[in-house]
Design a protein around this ligand. Structure first.
Ligand code: THU
Length: 133
């Protein structure tokens, strides 16, 4: 899909960001993803007193994707306090699972494929050989 409306994705990320629960960092993050069938799914970060269990905005977005019937992501935009955010390592693996190597992620205004964000990625389950079937 080459007709990606990045403006709409940025706006959706901005809207999601308003719902962030960030009493600890005060860093509001919103993520928005476009699916192959034209849906936009979003998420915001949800922090926790046990800092390490904080949910990134991308986690929420993936959860919404799955809850709304799944599908594949073609483009993702993440904004933090209204500026471009680079997804953390854990979220890159989540994005890979649901968008694969061709998924485009906007980094500082430039779409970057997942192969650049996560080279030598651990493959999604359907692509690895499991001796246990
Ligand atoms: N955060 C995200 O939501 N997504 C990322 O890709 C990077 C970090 C959040 C987690 C935490 O609530 C805040 O940003 C500061 O690290």
């Amino acid at each position: 899909m080459n007709n990606i409306n990045w403006d709409a994705l940025r706006q959706a990320a901005r809207d999601a960001m308003q719902h962030a629960y960030v009493p600890y960092s005060k860093f509001r993050v919103g993520a928005a993803g476009l699916t192959t069938d034209g849906r936009i799914v979003t998420g915001c970060n949800v922090e926790n007193a046990s800092y390490g269990v904080t949910l990134c905005a991308e986690c929420g977005m993936i959860s919404e994707l799955v809850r709304h019937g799944g599908g594949r992501l073609v483009a993702v935009c993440t904004l933090g306090n209204d500026e471009a955010v680079t997804p953390c390592g854990r979220c890159r693996q989540l994005l890979w699972e649901h968008g694969g190597p061709e998924l485009l992620v906007e980094l500082e205004g430039k779409p970057v494929p997942m192969t650049e964000l996560l080279p030598h990625a651990f493959p999604e389950a359907s692509n690895f050989t499991n001796p246990n079937g």
